[in-house]
Design a protein around this ligand. Sequence first.
Ligand SMILES: [Zn+2]
Length: 281
Amino acid sequence: MAQSANQISTRAVILKTTDFGDTDRYLTLLSPDLGLIEVLAKGVRSLKGKRRQPSDFLTLADFELFYYRGRYRLNQSRLVYAFLPLRLDLVRLACAAHLAELIGDLTTDTEQAAAVYELFLRFCYALEKNQQSPLLYVHAAEIRLMQLAGFGPDWQHCIYCQHLLAPSEGARFSFPQMGLLCASHAGGKASLLQRKLPQAGRERLQPGSYDGQSLTAADLRALRYFSEAPLPALFNFQADTAVKTDLDQFLPAYLSWNLDKQYHHLDMLDKLDLSSFNDSQ
Ligand SMILES: [Zn+2]
């Protein structure tokens, strides 16, 4: 980031666009230096003229911004990479939009901005390479993002007895308690839940509600990898269909219990036939 008076230059990716007026647009940028910022981009949607600039969702560009009284305004943007293959594919575009929404919901403090920025770009490149189901990339990015935002649970120990889970051991994840329970403590006894449960979790725990999920040793290996792997290697993994099926069920519940929100960008994937995606592709 270069800065002189009120001029700021930064590379950033566009996470969201909101059109207004005839040719104007608000951009939500994710910058490694500035975190998430809103930028007013006047005239960028005009069909011709010098104000027309790269300003679409997912565009990676070098931005020159004018900063005044807490607001950013776009001076100029120069395209670095447009992620065209992603933007032309409905499924992968929905995956990118989902992650962008999640990043927008997790207030990114500037300390984590560089890591979140790197995570998002690596996620988009992985989606673009398209070597396995896009949803697995989504799950890896979701888990790492939650970890970076401070939501990451302990994927190694039973939260009740602190027993270190063996690599071959499965466990039950309790949503109200946001942690793993070993086989001895996964019985779901009311006394156990009452003792460890924060008030908010107790209120949401309706009888018969979806309050936990059994995870296999392979599921836990994947979750540990997603939360700990170095970012450059994060998306270099293989996961089998059983793990994908479990995580497809686990992640939406995990997100909604943590963030009290349902995410809908991925709903369309249920309606499309994704059976053609598998490990061999
Ligand atoms: Zn235990």
